[in-house]
Design a protein around this ligand. Structure first.
Ligand code: WQD
Length: 337
């Protein structure tokens, strides 16, 4: 069965292509290479023995999207990762985010709903919750407003899908990721941040390898046990596997509603200092860091209630924080060797 993965050469997209191929799916990976490299295809091939069919395509070009779907009317579903995802950049350049994350989604959905199998897996984010009241966070927690433009595009994306599913054959599963980290255990694929990493774990590994002088810890005066922010760090391979399970749920028509939502996390919260400590344990080296002022827009705490994904989706994260950090470190050492 043929599945389209948009953003298929990106961090989570490429790991999902691997898991889809492992389950026997034929994959068409679409990417505009704005935040990915074509050589990722070689890494995928090293792991699975074959490359997905790749098409360089910018989903902001409506006619190109129409042309693509006219060529591939036999697909059974789309897993949609293609989007810009840097919170800080989205504050600086909101229109880039609304164009890339919303227009592209609309153009893909307009074509998908005309096909016989309109199954759609959407890459959403825990950022839609803002600072949730109650921990761990359940899927029915209120979706906050006035978060970053990036978070807003995820919220709007979910609403577009809900509204469309009401009046078209679209069937969808929204996956709200917590904090994806790590790399494939083979170190053949992983995260390739462009420029200075915004996220904690790639900054840690680049500091440890000597690319960055030191890690700045953004604040230790939060109302948490050690004063630093708490997040739910989930290994990218666990996350990728959840996408395959979600797609199979739609293909087997097991979904209870036309749109279902699942939090994808480990259910465990870790502070920044705990992540640093865990990294030092797995890497065997001290990390150079300093405590600095809080980062604008950061929330104090977010970790998932994973009961719904565990019981209904039948999926559970299996990789520990230490194993995930070890895979990130192995990848960093590989790409810098
Ligand atoms: C984690 C913690 C920082 C860098 C964002 C998006 C989310 C998802 C993941 C896309 C925070 C601290 C970080 C650093 C630090 N992105 N930190 N020094 O902000 O939780 O989530 O990225 O899907 O949608 O919102 O992740 O890794 O940036 O930060 O102290 O150099 O690490 O303050 O507490 P975040 P992050």
């Amino acid at each position: 069965m043929k599945v389209v993965v948009t953003g298929g050469l990106g961090f989570i997209g490429s790991h999902t292509v691997v898991e889809l191929q492992n389950q026997g799916f034929e994959v068409i990976a679409i990417d505009n290479l704005s935040n990915a490299e074509e050589k990722v295809l070689l890494g995928i091939e090293k792991i699975t023995g074959k490359q997905p069919h790749f098409e360089k395509l910018d989903l902001r070009e409506k006619s190109a999207v129409q042309h693509f779907f006219k060529k591939h009317t036999d697909i059974v579903g789309v897993i949609h990762f293609a989007a810009s995802k840097a919170v800080g950049e989205s504050v600086e350049n909101p229109l880039l985010y609304y164009e890339n994350n919303i227009n592209a989604l609309v153009y893909v959905l307009q074509e998908l709903i005309q096909l016989p199998r309109a199954n759609f897996i959407f890459s959403s984010s825990c950022t839609v919750y803002g600072q949730a009241e109650k921990m761990p966070i359940t899927e029915d927690a209120p979706v906050q407003l006035a978060i970053s433009p990036y978070g807003n595009t995820k919220q709007i994306g979910e609403e577009i899908i809900q509204d469309t599913a009401k009046v078209t054959p679209l069937r969808s599963i929204l996956l709200r990721y917590f904090n994806p980290i790590g790399a494939h255990p083979t170190a053949e694929i992983g995260e390739l941040p462009i420029g200075v990493p915004q996220n904690l774990v790639p900054f840690i590994t680049q500091t440890a390898i000597g690319l960055r002088e030191k890690l700045s810890v953004f604040g230790n005066d939060y109302p948490t046990p050690d004063g630093t922010c708490i997040r739910d760090y989930i290994h990218v391979v666990d996350l990728a596997k959840a996408h395959v399970v979600a797609l199979q749920r739609l293909l087997n028509k097991q979904n209870q509603e036309k749109v279902e939502t699942f939090n994808l996390g480990t259910g465990k919260g870790s502070s920044v200092l705990e992540v640093i400590q865990a990294f030092e344990n797995v890497s065997g080296q001290k990390l150079n860091y300093q405590i600095v002022a809080r980062r604008e827009g950061d929330i104090t705490e977010a970790y998932a209630n994973t009961d719904k994904a565990n019981t209904i989706l039948g999926w559970k994260a299996e990789t520990s924080l230490e194993e995930a950090l070890a895979s990130a470190w192995k990848w960093e050492q590989k790409i810098r060797s």
